[in-house]
Write a protein that binds this ligand. Structure first.
Ligand SMILES: [Zn+2]
Length: 141
């Protein structure tokens, strides 16, 4: 086995649905360039509405207290207005892409879950990076 065979299995996530991409032998040569998990995801790559949903999720979470969660339908309602139901799956995909980007985590029953395999209702929580200098300052007081 060569180094490239090992590298081939480094995890990748779909640019469209945000799920982990299953490694396939046919992709061994250009694994690093694989961006979508399926032909469907390639066809339905994120457009203006999808980016608006991502922005809505980030925006909604910014207005909540630390550790608070939102439901994907809140973002869908903000972007889709009366047609929000049609955007529910898109909102979930947007949330998964934000997980890949390190912006949010997805929870079920208050526990962080793997977005690639989670089934049923999910909630979205912002990832808060620890501000180390601030913490040190507080500790000294
Ligand atoms: Zn996909």
């Amino acid at each position: 086995m060569t180094r490239s065979a090992t590298r081939a299995h480094e995890p990748r996530w779909c640019d469209s649905c945000g799920r982990a991409i299953e490694w396939r032998a046919k992709w061994a040569r250009d694994w690093d360039a694989v961006r979508y998990c399926s032909d469907r995801c390639r066809r339905e790559r994120p457009g203006t509405t999808d980016r608006a949903l991502e922005a809505a999720i980030v925006e909604l979470l910014a207005t909540r207290s630390t550790g608070a969660t939102i439901c994907p339908n809140e973002a869908a309602r903000q972007v889709g207005m009366d047609d929000w139901r049609a955007l529910m799956e898109s909102a979930r995909r947007a949330a998964r892409r934000l997980v890949v980007a390190g912006r949010v985590e997805i929870t079920q029953g208050g526990v962080v879950v793997d977005p690639s395999t989670a089934r049923g209702p999910i909630r979205i929580r912002a990832v808060h990076t620890v501000d180390e200098p601030t913490r040190q300052r507080r500790r000294r007081r």
